[in-house]
Design a binder for this molecule. Sequence first.
Ligand SMILES: Cc1ncc(C[n+]2csc(CCOP(=O)(O)OP(=O)(O)O)c2C)c(N)n1
Ligand SMILES: [Mg+2]
Length: 756
Amino acid sequence: MPRDIDVCPVFTPVEITFPPVLLFQYQDDLGDELKRGLSGEDALSLYDCMLLIREFEQMIIQLKSGKFPALPDYKFIGATHLSIGQEAVAAGGMSAIRSDDYITSTHRGHGHSIAKGVFWLRSQSPEGLARFIGRDVGGASPDELWDMALQEHINRTLAELFGKEEGYCHGRGGGMHIADFNMGHLGANAIVGGSYGIATGAALACDKLGNDRVVLCMVGDGATNNGIAHESYNFAAMTQFKNGTPVVYLIENNQYGMTGQQQGEVTGVKYLAQRGAGYNDVNMHAEGVNGMNVLAVRDAVRRAAQLCRSGQGPVILECHTYRYMGHSLSDTREAYRSKEEEEMWHDCDAIGQFHTQLVEQGIATEDELMVHQEQAAKRIYDATIFAGNATDPDPADIYVGLFTDTTSDDLGEEGATPENELLQKPKQRSGGRQILYRHAVNEGLVEEMLRDRRVVLYGEDIADYGGAFGVTRGIFEIFGRDRIFNTAISEAAIIGTGVGAAMVGLRPVVELMYIDFILMAMDQVGNQAAKNRYMFGGKAKVPLVIRTSVGGGKGYAGQHSQSLEAVVTMFPGLKVVAPATAYDAKGLIKAAIRDDNPVVYIEHQHALTERGEVPTEDYTVPIGVARVACEGTDCTVVAYSWLYYRAMEAAERLADEGISVEVVDPRTLVPLDVDTIAKSVHKTGHLVVIQQAPERGCFGEHIAYQVQQQVFADLKSPARIVAAHNVPPPMAAPLEEENLPSVEKIMDNIRQTVGR
Ligand SMILES: Cc1ncc(C[n+]2csc(CCOP(=O)(O)OP(=O)(O)O)c2C)c(N)n1
Ligand SMILES: [Mg+2]
């Protein structure tokens, strides 16, 4: 099916011009906003929010210096990235989105978290506030409920910084990874730029789920220079997304990365908003905003959210602001900036300016505002006492929150495809049931897409073309671009968006063409997909499947032939499967899609063309269960993915020599079914692990170690690993042949192991 766009050779002279990027256009004041309908109470809520943030962080300074008298023995540990000076961005931004909109945040995110909570709580009914408080509230009045809920919010925030069970993430994340999914806070990220992909994916999901929500992606100026920023801008701006992508990238430009200065030092542009011009014809609606003016931020974010809701996202907003403190409390600032510069920014302090306007407009008197200040300070004081006395996590709970045992077996209304739609779609290939592995994966994908409308597929070249190895061929014709689409060559964005989309309700299956390319996306795989659930106190669900393939044996050399499973198995929080047969490929892709944890699903390009019996009935293969592929008594051979076939051939040939080999295919690498392997070794007394990856630091070492832990006494010889050499995969045929474990080499190793 040809695409609706032709790419024609047109070489007439053209001059590309860009629409102007507007900076600092907002010139109104509180009086104008009051005339437009802002209430005095709303205005005061902005002020209160900014005060809370400042008081919160001033308390951290006290705590860090050990000068908080009420907790004399408390030793504050953890990061101290304070946003004093930047409060207007957090308060203005969070006040301008809907309570059900999402945010992502940064290492300097206390303000974002406090503000998201404040404005979320403001939207709640008394019943909602009582639910949030989560304990008996007696006959509390609405005002009392508000007061208690706000205190609870600050308590949980500070308790998280203290690493306590009562914290938002039960002390697993701390201040740099605070999140609360109930209120749409998808998490702070301590990887600079780390949340770009997540926010973009969450926005993709909002569009696909049709919930009219917007994602506010808070990022620092420094983050905009990271690769994922570019990939995310491009991803969000892809023309194929006809409804746009409802994400607002709100750059909190406090003028510095850690110390590197955006203007004049580490970038080639004066304003980061300029960057919007590279991504679509409307400059991503990029604007520069006075980030010291809470009303200007509120105005810009409101307009940006509207643009997103009307299908015109993404939007870039660059808010100019300033952090008064150092990067952290160990940075004294003198090395890279002047007192004069600091004073100029203090002169336009956001809280001070807004305070003056509140008085001028008669919203509150000086004395009344003083009371607000005292209330904020008292609230933070009380929260500090609460956090100081809160519960330390029990070391016995160290694994709590790593994996969820839930699946999408119960689809609920959100997932289930209406019956009439189901009937229209073909489910399986016709013909015999000895089918190719790649067709088995295809069938599994189609069946799960039919079963659950939240399953979407994306990656490079997988839509109309069907993927580099034809695995997704035909799926586009069944489901169309809404459910399966091509992405740019942006491995980090593919995974990062997958994480974000999974966190808010889609069940994405994303494809990385070769596992070698996963190295382009390691932050997204290792720091985001793997860690989100645990860091956020076991609250996030990341039902993401990353399908990828291993090459080798084709003369493609170093960068297209390595089996990199050990690169993913090392991250707690990821499940990893590597099916060898068509039956397992189908059963495991279906299980992976239904699992609520992130699963890396590894295909082997040679295995894709192997045939196997696949039944017509719906079935899954449980993740974490090995299979004894052939029984034997002399030696246990563990082989997964394509090398399973070589192991089977070796077993068959050795049988002729009188050596009885038991081949165990783990099928799943994480969690590894050690028991099944150990049971086999208990019987045979010998263990040989076969794998395509180089021997050093490989997954086979882990298998051998685990098995020896269980059945060391049963082993009659040392466990042996048959692996590639410790070289990058070479191209020349004789070298590559030497590198990959051959059937002969496997047989030799088994003979040596059993001593025959
Ligand atoms: C990928 C990555 N590189 C470096 C760091 C160390 N680091 C932490 S914060 C920071 C500066 C970030 O600057 P910016 O994005 O402007 O945020 P700001 O700190 O100014 O709020 C750096 C370099 C990190 N956490 N992550
Ligand atoms: Mg910065």
